[in-house]
Design a protein around this ligand. Sequence first.
Ligand SMILES: Nc1ncnc2c1ncn2[C@@H]1O[C@H](COP(=O)(O)OP(=O)(O)O)[C@@H](O)[C@H]1O
Ligand SMILES: N[C@@H](CCOP(=O)(O)O)C(=O)O
Length: 327
Amino acid sequence: MAVYTDVAADELAEFLKHYDIGELLSYKGIAEGVENSNFLLHTTAGSFILTLYEKRVAKNDLPFFLGLMTHLASNGISCPQPVKNKSGEALSTLAGRPAAIINFLEGVWPRKPNATHCAGVGEALAKMHLAGKGFAMSRANALSVSGWRPLFEQAASRADEVQPGLRGFIETELDYLEGGVWPKNLPHGVIHADLFPDNVFFLGDQVSGIIDFTFACNDLLAYDVAICLNAWCFESDCSFNVTKARALLAAYGRERELSEAEQKALPVLARGAALRFLLTRLVDFLNVPAGALVRPKDPLEYARKLRFQQGVSSMRDYGIAASGLVA
Ligand SMILES: Nc1ncnc2c1ncn2[C@@H]1O[C@H](COP(=O)(O)OP(=O)(O)O)[C@@H](O)[C@H]1O
Ligand SMILES: N[C@@H](CCOP(=O)(O)O)C(=O)O
């Protein structure tokens, strides 16, 4: 999260009168994250998170995100729950932005994920995929293959300012991924689509819950696995850590078996996942709004991960045998 839109104390106190969550004691903007404006609220009834939805979130999609959290929680997944106001609505407006309050989830996200954390996220992801079955709403992934070129076009003319040659590197990769290699017939369902370490909370070694469903959508389940491989299984120097990948994939596989076709597709899905985050990071890096409380994320981290994924064409290239997925 971040803060792009400020909220005045009197405005917030007035807003909270529409909820049954007590009197406002204090609130502060949360600097972490990059997508929406988020505030930690302390009221006489406890702690809550207030989100004002920003640029990448279409208002029409909000019922999907909020409904999904409710659906997942009622199917055994620990995630924040939307708090309804006195009129029974989870979605409202504050400071001119669509706004929602969710309950506070205990736990901390791992700053340096180890193999145990990776196993935790693998298990949580598979359980989320299974729990997503039966969710009645659907939402196409606006940031899948057809969404990448429009993102690139927003950043292309300045990409080489970030790293010489970056524009050509991205263009070549886009041409490749748009050229018919993207898998079509793999199992699909509701995916989180942004299950990075800062969106998974732990208490000790155990996952206490997952947050931030603002990219959730219907897409290939294995694409979510690929996003996690990129986000969890590299070291800070961007070297791939096969021990972490084995832990993540094995734990995932114990809950939901990855088919042979999904395993075969993982390298190309991981290339796409790397490009997707490279592009959003690049656009954000080049367009930090004046006065926003936000730390843009490093696009080049994902250029390095993409280079690694370009050299992989099978599970064996990761150093993972099929039997390693059901340890
Ligand atoms: N339900 C929650 N309980 C506790 N902390 C939360 C909750 N939701 C968000 N946070 C805090 O806000 C940070 C960023 O939230 P996130 O949803 O990832 O942001 P964004 O809306 O920008 O994607 C988290 O890393 C965490 O510190
Ligand atoms: N995970 C994305 C950024 C968006 O997610 P947030 O949870 O940090 O707001 C990235 O790392 O590029």
